[in-house]
Design a binder for this molecule. Sequence first.
Ligand code: G1P
Length: 307
Amino acid sequence: MDISKVIIPAAGLGTRFLPYTKAVPKEMLPLLNKPAIQYIAQEALASDIQQFLMVTSKGKNAIADYFDADPALELFLKERNKTALLNELDKIARTAHFSYIRQPEPLGLGHAICMARHAIASKEYFGVMLPDDIIVGATPALLQLIRIARQERASVIAVQEVPEEYISMYGVVSIKKQFTPNLFQVANLVEKPNKKDAPSNLAIIGRYVLSQKLFKALDEVGYNQDHGEIQLTDGITQMSKDGEKVLAYKVQGNRFDVGTPIGWIKALISLASQDPYYAPHIREFLMDFNTTTSFVYNSTKNLTPTL
Ligand code: G1P
C-alpha cells in the first residue's frame, strides 16, 4: 500500500486562541523557535510522506511564506556562518512538495478534507494530520498508523484514552472488536458525545490514514443537521458502513492540543524540558520559581530611585 500524501486542514479560525489568532494563524504559534506547523511537517517527513496538501483559508498566507525558500536570507546567513539556523527548514524544502488549497468557507473538517479530493487517486490511502495536535514520541504518530494500515489493508484512526470528564471534547470510537491491547476494529464514531453517551474512553486524536472511499462517504452524509457542517467523524462512520475496514490504534506519545493557550503552554514547557539547550534554563526556572520571582521583584525594586 503506497501512502505518499497527507492532507493538513489548516483553515480553522482559531477562535479558542483569540485575540492572538486575529492576525496570526494558530499554526504559526511558536514552540521553542519553530512554529507548530513545522512539527507537523517534520512528523510527516519522518513518516516517509513527501506530498503535503495544505488546506488553508483567508489570513493564512504566513504558512506558505514560512515554507518558501528565501535566497536572500540564506545568503545573509551563509556570509555569517549561521546556516545551521535554517537546517531543518532546508531539509523540508528539499524533500517535501506543498500544494495549498483554499477552503472558501468554514464548513467543517469533513468539508476541508474534501477540498483536496482531486489530488487523491481512486483506491489511494492518504494521511490526515490535524495541526492542533502535536504528538511527541519515539516513533512518529503518523508512521505508527501507516504501519498498521499497510499490514491490515485498512483505514486507521489514532486514539488515546482520556478521563471521562474530558471525553465530550473529542470524537469517540465505539468498538466492534479488540485485536491486541492497542488495536481495535471500529463500529462507528460519535463526535463530542455527552459524558453519559460516550461509547468508550477512546478519544480520536488528530492523525488518520484513510481510504479514498471517504470522499464518497462524505457526499452521502452531507451537512450535519445540527450545525450545518460536514463532519469527518460522520464520513468515517459512513465509510465503515459502506464496507471499508476501519481500525483504531492507541498511538504512543505525548499529545498536546496547541489550539488552546493552556495546551500550548504545556507543550512549550514539555518540549523545553526535553531539549538539550532549553532544558537546564527551564528546569532551574521552574524549580526555583519563588526565588526567581522574588529576584525579579527585588531587581525592579532596586531600580526605583532612592532619595
Ligand atoms: C477534531 C475532531 C475530533 C477529534 C479532535 C482531536 O475536533 O473533529 O473528532 O477528537 O479534532 O483533536 P476539534 O478539536 O477540531 O473540534
